[in-house]
Write a protein that binds this ligand. Structure first.
Ligand code: FES
Length: 308
């Protein structure tokens, strides 16, 4: 490059920006459909961004090759007033053009300021759903409060620190012993359509009502499944959808038994149940919100969820 050439370096055409853009698009789509797709998009975007930056920075050497120094004159030294200037302007003094420095520092400062503003906002926006969203096991009372083969409408406080706003209802049925262990079906009362409270399709027995602390137990007499009053969703006695708009079976809860008491655990979603009682085959899925398909092609149409 001639010493006084002020033209900025312009890198040649490259496909890296296109690859970067494709990676960002895949990342965005992945945030809707799947963590795996999002991860793939992030990797593609990072790789192409690296190649792009490398292309930009490699095109212009920061230190240009200096021309070979002129041969030193030999013989008698000239007087200071004779000959050329003692220190002519060297081409090496134009090693890093001012325009390029200003361009890099402007972009760098912009990225720094953008990061300082964006990262905390994103953290506050995305972070909370990933923190302390778990539900602790709750004691529903002694096993003797749950007669075999009968659903008990059980209302309890899911989180005592949140008070009554966390009151929940589940339908609990003791299925008897299976392989020497007590078996329970614990079905959520949240409709799998839009979350309305599902009711047993049959009479309750108020005379059998029991209260264990903040747990209220009301036995059913005989039910033919569950029904939703909002839009007519219907479920059989295992929680399978039989009619109406719900997109899957009723959710269930894990359970554990400690010191002769039944503890209700974390909820999970169910696509369908084959069989009945303790020997039923339950197709489980991670807990999903009402209205979301958990299997089939439709399940790809919902945004990925934070852990809950
Ligand atoms: S919310 Fe239950 S059917 Fe719509």
């Amino acid at each position: 490059m001639p010493p006084n050439d002020d033209h900025p370096h312009v890198p040649g055409p490259s496909l890296w920006p296109i690859g970067f853009a494709v990676g960002v698009v895949v990342l965005m789509v992945g945030l809707v459909v799947s963590w795996w797709v999002a991860g793939l998009g992030a990797i593609v975007a990072i790789v192409f961004a690296f190649l792009w930056i490398r292309d930009l920075t490699a095109g212009t050497p920061l230190v240009e090759t200096a021309e070979a120094p002129p041969e030193r004159p030999t013989g008698r030294a000239l007087p200071a007033t004779d000959g050329e200037a003692g220190m002519p302007l060297s081409p090496a003094e134009e090693r890093y053009p001012r325009a390029r420095f200003l361009e890099a520092s402007t972009l760098g400062l912009g990225a720094l300021i953008g990061g300082i503003i964006t990262v905390p906002a994103l953290g506050f926006m995305v972070g909370p759903p990933f923190l302390k969203q778990g539900q602790k096991d709750q004691d529903l009372g002694p096993l003797t409060d749950f007669p075999e083969g009968k659903y008990i409408v059980t209302t309890y406080t899911a989180d005592v620190t949140q008070g009554k706003v966390s009151r929940r209802t589940a339908f609990v049925r003791y299925n008897g012993q299976v392989s020497g262990l007590p078996s329970f079906s614990i079905i959520s009362n949240h409709c799998a359509h839009l979350g309305c409270p599902v009711q047993p399709n049959g009479p309750l027995d108020p005379s059998g009502r029991k209260v264990n602390g903040d747990v209220v137990l009301v036995p059913t007499i005989s039910i033919a499944g569950f029904g939703c009053p909002c839009h007519g969703g219907q479920y059989d006695t295992e929680g399978n959808r039989t009619a109406g708009p719900p997109v899957r079976s009723l959710d269930r809860y894990a359970f554990s038994i400690r010191n002769g008491h039944l503890f209700i655990g974390k909820p999970f979603s169910v696509s369908h149940v084959e069989g009945t009682g303790g020997t039923a085959k339950i197709t489980k899925w991670p807990f999903a919100f009402p209205g979301e398909h958990v299997d089939g092609l439709e399940s790809w149409l919902y945004p990925i969820q934070p852990p809950h």
